[in-house]
Write a protein that binds this ligand. Structure first.
Ligand code: ZN
Length: 444
């Protein structure tokens, strides 16, 4: 006890000395940049403001207004552009290069080492940023261990360019439910998840993953989908309700949130009952479960575009259910919108090729009934709130990180403009400007 007290006093005096002589020594050295925006959506209001100047000091936004930059100041001219808060994708897989068919997936886990996959992931992270996604929640590495924790670290310290990352590590499913599957029982093949069974096993896995550096816990709650005669998308639930409850309770106890891959009836119901924080995909959600989601504040991350994109490939493989699911998904999305459930933007990028701009998701959201303003908000403040980053990102206002993108036209008139991001600033650093093409590195 005594030694602790001495140490504490010593610390205080050292800190006092360090701060004493030059109390504001660091403030004047911050680099100041002015962005001159033709118009600006700040992420708070659905109306654009014309001729706005954003003052960026260091990595933060300092002021948003009509200020005329002083002579000699560094000014970035975006006067013919529309400025927006940096986009947030809450469902990505930077360690995947597309897995339309089972074979695509197996090849990556069997023929590519984790170091090689991580090298490819650095390119995907850069692509995500250059598309305009300044923050992502990467929802599991698909067999690449905790490589996402290392990626997050390399980006945070500035070794490689990439978005701010929240990561989920290995994710969890029950024994025998997740690829690789179908190989000889004599072979030990890699798995795309950590296999976890029982409530105690769930708690242990949560503790282990957190100790290895994950921000989020991801669970797979269902599989093996089929459309019932009454049109309901049914499934085989993976975890029991008891197991899910234990995982959620342990994660929340350790101040982590839980994302649940739940595409259909039982997986969604169990996840909602267990109190997860987000339902991923949710192709079918009953009206009763939508009401519970609204009441409990559970977010819906629909990932619409990937469904359309993979359906054809999977149907060719004999899984016609993926085509039927598109209609069911649209209907669920429309009901969720009507029920007032919080919908956050997420794409499953990596499930489709990173050469495709994940911002295509916006157009599908609008096609299925959102206004452009609602779709944009899903990728700004709503996504920031899901990630508990609402005080750091999601809007352009003083005190937040200077994560700002620009597009040539008004996205409220043409949502496709969000696929034309041509300026990207993250934390006050410019990563893309003008005609410089994104993802210049070609990856096979
Ligand atoms: Zn996914």
């Amino acid at each position: 006890m005594k030694s602790i007290r001495v140490a504490f006093v010593l610390f205080l005096s050292v800190a006092g000395l360090a701060q004493g002589p030059a109390p504001q020594s660091s403030a004047p050295s911050l680099k100041v940049t002015y962005l001159r925006c033709g118009s600006l959506y700040d992420g708070k209001s659905d109306t654009a403001r014309a001729n706005v100047t954003v003052r960026v000091s260091g990595e933060k936004i300092d002021a948003v207004g009509q200020e005329t930059p002083p002579t000699g100041a560094e000014v970035i001219d975006l006067s013919r552009e529309v400025c927006l808060p940096g986009l947030i994708d809450t469902h990505t897989h930077v360690l995947l290069q597309g897995d339309i068919t089972a074979a695509d997936y197996d090849v990556q886990l069997l023929k590519q080492s984790t170091p090689y996959r991580t090298i490819l992931a650095t390119v995907n992270a850069r692509r995500a940023l250059e598309y305009g996604f300044t923050t992502i929640r990467d929802l599991e590495t698909e067999g690449a261990g905790y490589a996402d924790v290392d990626l997050r670290k390399a980006i945070t310290v500035g070794v490689i360019p990439g978005p701010r990352m929240k990561v989920a590590g290995r994710a969890m499913d029950v024994t025998g439910a997740y690829p690789l599957l179908g190989y000889s029982w004599e072979l030990k093949v890699p798995k795309g998840v950590q296999e976890v069974d029982g409530a105690d096993g769930g708690r242990k896995a949560v503790r282990e993953q957190i100790s290895n550096g994950v921000d989020w816990i991801k669970v797979y709650s269902d599989r093996s989908y089929f459309v019932r005669p009454d049109g309901v998308l049914d499934d085989v639930p993976t975890f029991t309700l008891d197991e899910l409850r234990a995982i959620v309770d342990e994660a929340h106890r350790e101040r982590r949130r839980v994302a649940s891959h739940a595409a259909a009836l039982n997986g969604v119901h169990n996840s909602v009952e267990a109190g997860v924080n987000s339902i991923e995909h949710g192709m079918y959600i009953s009206d009763a479960d939508l009401a519970t989601m609204k009441a409990k504040g559970i977010y819906y991350v629909p990932t619409l575009f990937v469904g359309e994109y993979v359906a054809e490939g999977r149907a060719t493989e004999g899984n016609k259910v993926w085509v039927d699911m598109i209609k069911i998904h649209e209907d669920t999305f429309r009901r969720a919108l009507k029920a007032g459930v919080e919908i956050a933007f997420g794409t499953d990028a990596g499930g489709f090729d990173w050469k495709i701009d994940p911002a295509k998701e916006f157009s599908v959201m609008v096609k299925y009934g959102m206004t452009p303003a609602q779709a944009l908000r899903a990728a700004n403040m709503t996504a920031a709130e899901l990630l508990e980053m609402q005080n750091q990102v999601g809007s352009i206002e003083a005190g937040k990180y200077a994560d700002i993108v620009a597009v040539p036209g008004d996205p409220m008139r043409d949502i496709g403009q969000l696929e034309k991001v041509d300026f990207v600033m993250k934390g006050g650093t410019v990563y893309r400007q003008g005609g410089v093409a994104p993802h210049a590195v070609a990856v096979p």
